[in-house]
Design a protein around this ligand. Structure first.
Ligand SMILES: [Zn+2]
Length: 247
């Protein structure tokens, strides 16, 4: 494997970024585990300055990226391990709260002064893939909840695994996190991968009429900690197809 330390072009913080306080610890742990750091590049965003650190996950044949803000090595870093959701993250779909959570997590990390967002490709629809997720959404239109829909398709309720996230965090020098998540299973998964979760930090998004059923199902069927849904059942309503939307 290539040695990212040897490539000054990709792993040396350019002079222009001096003073940003951004350092990423270089190490062999990720490469030994099958995850290779390929590139690190400054990534200015609407939320603030990040470094995008790109990884090749040889074991699973995936490309992954972490956004790093500030100096996180050796710290208990505010961390979001975000499951890819094209419809929510890129299209701002209100079927789920993924896009809102992505935005809120990046905002919180910048406000904190340092932190990491690991963006996990391959996690669409809790790991069933984009097209299967769209099929599951179609079933939800017909009254199934998000768990029932996956089962009806003969697919796992949650096929996500977090080994690569732990490997990326270790490569960044992060062994302890304050985890931005409402999902206790995500916390347990990271613990199982050897990452200390010092605190689980709620990432509660205001529910919308379009996603209240989905959020209720996540709370009742998948054990998500969503106390803010108490008393909002008034948002529940029948969702009827709009004129001209029948595919
Ligand atoms: Zn989503």
């Amino acid at each position: 494997m290539t040695d990212p330390d040897a490539d000054a072009d990709v792993d040396t913080v350019p002079d222009a970024t001096a003073g940003l306080g951004v350092e990423v610890a270089l190490g062999d742990a990720a490469r030994q585990a099958g995850v290779e750091r390929v590139v690190r590049v400054r990534l200015p965003t609407a939320y603030g300055e990040f470094f995008a650190v790109g990884y090749l996950d040889r074991r699973r044949g995936m490309e992954q990226v972490a956004l790093v803000h500030g100096d996180v090595a050796g710290e208990t870093a505010l961390t979001r391990v975000h499951s890819e959701c094209l419809t929510g993250d890129a299209f701002a779909s209100t079927h789920c709260e993924c896009g809102d959570q992505l935005s809120a997590a990046l905002t919180a990390i910048v406000a904190e002064g340092c932190g990491v967002l690991v963006y996990l490709q391959g996690h669409e629809g809790r790991g069933i893939g984009l097209l299967a997720k769209l099929r599951a959404m179609r079933l939800q239109e017909n009254g199934l909840d998000t768990v029932e829909a996956n089962i009806a398709l003969g697919l796992p309720v949650d096929a996500r695994e977090y080994g690569v996230a732990a490997e990326i965090l270790r490569d960044l020098g992060v062994r302890s996190v304050r985890l931005l998540s409402n999902n206790p299973r995500k916390r347990e998964a990271l613990l199982g991968q050897g990452i200390t979760v010092a605190e689980q930090v709620p990432l509660l998004m205001p529910p919308r009429a379009e996603n209240i059923r989905y959020l209720m199902a996540k709370r009742e069927r998948l054990d998500h900690d969503l106390p803010h849904l108490d008393g909002v059942r008034g948002l529940l309503r029948e969702t009827k197809p709009q004129c001209g939307t029948t595919p």
